[in-house]
Structures are given as structure tokens and as C-alpha cells.
Design a protein. Structure first.
Ligand code: GMT
Length: 376
């Protein structure tokens, strides 16, 4: 059974947009018709897919408007696409404003459509506790026909923070394992000035405060006391200037390579030995999955959905938030024990392929669509 599915998400760099776009591509490959309704072409939509369509949300900049009415324009575009394309499902990613816009669009449209909302993390853990948005988010969740969240922990937090008893299904993040795999890197290490005897650590994020970049740098400074190593910092965001300052203060300019936003992550992951993901909030941790798929074990914090992704002592390690000494100790032990490091690399990739492969997770989303369409 093939469906006509609308997808709305934040189309720029960010985990929720990546998941939404990859999901659209996978659904199209399976034969569904997919309609992206977004403010720009999603950045992961990098080639032509015959049954993928894009509907741009163009915001009116009329002078009377103090703020451009993006949310209203999005709802209006959603209603237009629901009716014209006869959508069966409108799947929105990130509760605000997408779930609210979808509910409004459903009321405006004449064609019957089901709204599926996926909660990604900060839409609950940060915005869900903001008094100005909390009841709106609760309404968006409860008025959706089906709701999914990217980890069991995010469901628990949604119930606690937003006080809802709406049924929420866990559908984990996934990766396309055909793309995310260890790749040939030629002399890439050499070109970055990394010696063969140096261990390579990597951190990839949007450098927001929840990512605790300072802990990544402090852990690396401790690691450096025992190992020859380099740290690759990938991404950009508000905490990058403070990160640069700390790197300078700890005299790590030679050893920390600040590479900014990068597209070809598989190559950078393939030259890395360990990923550090030391966030204080993380509903899942898509980057951990991407690293593990490329055979990179992850040292992560024991919070949010991370323990549902990393198997402690098998495909990486879990440490408490802020415990940089424990992170450094685990990292040094793993690098120094080559045999265990090899086992972790294999276990990491095997676990991702078994548990988080695209086919499995996309089928779980299709089950949600099927269930909701069977309901009267
Ligand atoms: O903060 C980010 O990492 C971006 C954010 C987003 O919404 O774009 O990511 C969230 O959604 C991802 C995809 O479901 C999850 O893998 C991330 O863990 C989650 N981030 C947080 O919870 C902080």
C-alpha cells in the first residue's frame, strides 16, 4: 500500500531535519509519494528523486507585519498541499510550530488527512518547560492523530514535563548504512597533519550550550596527558567562540582542529578512533549513530536517550555529565588496548546495522501511518 505523505521540518542543518529528509528519501524509495513543505529545499535532499516533490513556504514580508508570519504561511501552504495533492498523511517533525500549523491546516483543508507528529528532543526538554509555549505544545501533541518520539526517555520526559497521557510511540533515529560506513580516506590524516601514531577524537554538534563543548575540550586536555592525540571539532554554533577561547587557554591550538561545518562526515569519521558526545540533554544522539555506523565507538553521557544508543562497555562507554576525568580514563584505556578497541569498533557498526537500520525504522513509521489511517 502506497501513501501520499507530506513532510514538514526545519530544512537546515540539525538532527530533526536530517531525520525528516532521510525518512522522505527512504519512503520515496519504497514507492510512496513524498511532498516536502518547507521554507527551503532540505539540505540533505541532494539529488533528484522522481516521487519527491518540494513545496516552498514563501513568507510575505508586508511592511505592516512586525514579524514575518512564517507559522501562518506554513499552515496555509500545508492546507493547499493537502487538498491539491490529496495527502493521506502529514508528518511533522519538531512540535513547534510544525504540529500546531498541521492541526490548523487540517481544519482548513477539505480533504481528510491524518497528522503524525514526531518529537525530537529540545522541542520538549527546552521549549516544553517554557511557560509561553508549554500549553501550545501539549495541545499540538494531543490534537495530533499519532505521536512518535525518538527514544523511550523522550516519552518519559514528555509525560513529565508537558503532563500529557497521550499515547506516544518510540521510533528511534536511523541511518542509511549504505552511505554511513567506514570509507577509504587515502592520505587525509596526513593532509590534516595527523601522525599515524596519534589517536583521533571527534566531536560533531551545533555547538549549543546543551552540548557542553567545554567538557569535550577539558576531557581531551586530560587525554593528552597520557596519549599523543588530535581532536577534530566539527560544526558551528553559539558556543564556538568560547570553545576557541578555552582551546587557547589550555594551549591546545596545535592539537585541536576546528573544522567548522563539514559535509563529508564519513571520511572524517573514518579517520577517527573515538567520538565524544558529552551533552547534558540529548534525546537520542543521531551523530553517535553516524559515528558507530562508521565503526567509531562513542563515549557519551549517561542522560536522555544516549543509553538507548550506546551499549556501555560494548560499543562505547557512558559517563556522568561533567565527569571529564572518567571520560579521559575510559578513552585512554580504550586506545591503549588495541584488541578491545577493535572489538568495540566492530560491535558499534554491528549494533547500528541490526538495531537502527533504515529499513527497520522506516517500516516502523509505515506501521504508524497504517494504524492511524485504519482508525475511523
Ligand atoms: O540539538 C540538536 O542536536 C539538534 C536537534 C534537532 O532537533 O535538530 O536534535 C534533536 O533531534 C535529533 C534527531 O531526532 C536527536 O538525535 C538529537 O538527540 C536531538 N537533540 C537534543 O535532544 C539536544
Amino acid at each position: 500500500m502506497y501513501y501520499r505523505i507530506g513532510i514538514s521540518c526545519y530544512p537546515t542543518v540539525g538532527g530533526s531535519g536530517v531525520v525528516a529528509t532521510e525518512l522522505g528519501k527512504q519512503l520515496a524509495e519504497k514507492g510512496h509519494e513524498v511532498h516536502f513543505i518547507t521554507s527551503s529545499v532540505p539540505f540533505r535532499l541532494d539529488r533528484v528523486y522522481p516521487n519527491v516533490f518540494y513545496h516552498e513556504v514563501e513568507v510575505n514580508q508586508y511592511a505592516v507585519f512586525q514579524h514575518p508570519p512564517y507559522d501562518l504561511t506554513l499552515a496555509s501552504k500545508m492546507a493547499e498541499v493537502i487538498d491539491r495533492e490529496k495527502l493521506d498523511i502529514l508528518h511533522v517533525h519538531y512540535a513547534v510550530p510544525h504540529a500546531i500549523c498541521a492541526i490548523l491546516a487540517k481544519q482548513m483543508a477539505t480533504h481528510p488527512v491524518k497528522i503524525v507528529t514526531t518529537l525530537h528532543g529540545t522541542d520538549i526538554t527546552i521549549l516544553g518547560v517554557d511557560r509561553s509555549l508549554k500549553s501550545l505544545i501539549k495541545y499540538g501533541i494531543e490534537a495530533s492523530d499519532a505521536v512518535t518520539a525518538v527514544s523511550n526517555d523522550l516519552i518519559r520526559q514528555t509525560e513529565e514535563l508537558v503532563q500529557t497521557s497521550k499515547e506516544i510511540h518510540t521510533v528511534y533515529n536511523f541511518i542509511d548504512e549504505r552511505y554511513y560506513r567506514p570509507v577509504e580516506t587515502g592520505d587525509l590524516k596526513n593532509r590534516y597533519g595527523i601522525n599515524e601514531d596519534e589517536a583521533v577524537f571527534i566531536h560533531i554538534s551545533n555547538f549549543r550550550p546543551v552540548k557542553r563543548i567545554q567538557d569535550v575540550i577539558k576531557s581531551f586536555a586530560l587525554i593528552k596527558q597520557s596519549l599523543r592525540a588530535k581532536l577534530l571539532l566539527i560544526g558551528d554554533g553559539q558556543d564556538l567562540p568560547a570553545a576557541r577561547e578555552l582551546i587557547r587557554k589550555l594551549e591546545l591550538e596545535e592539537e585541536v582542529l576546528v573544522l567548522g561545518s563539514q559535509k563529508h562526515l564519513t571520511e572524517l569519521l573514518s579517520i577517527s578512533d573515538i567520538m565524544l558526545l558529552l551533552s547534558e540533554k540529548e534525546s537520542f544522539g543521531l551523530v553517535a549513530l553516524e559515528a558507530m555506523a562508521c565503526g567509531v565507538p562513542v563515549i557519551g553521557t549517561n542522560i536522555g536517550g544516549i543509553p538507548e544508543v550506546i551499549i556501555d562497555g560494548v560499543s562505547g562507554y557512558l559517563c556522568e555529565v561533567g565527569d571529564t576525568e572518567a571520560v579521559a580514563k575510559k578513552a585512554v584505556e580504550l586506545i591503549e588496548d588495541r584488541e578491545t578497541h577493535e572489538q568495540f569498533k566492530e560491535a558499534a557498526r554491528a549494533h547500528v546495522i541490526k538495531r537502527f537500520n533504515a529499513d527497520k525504522i522506516v517500516s516502523e513509521y509505515e506501521d504508524v501511518y497504517r494504524q492511524v489511517l485504519e482508525e475511523k
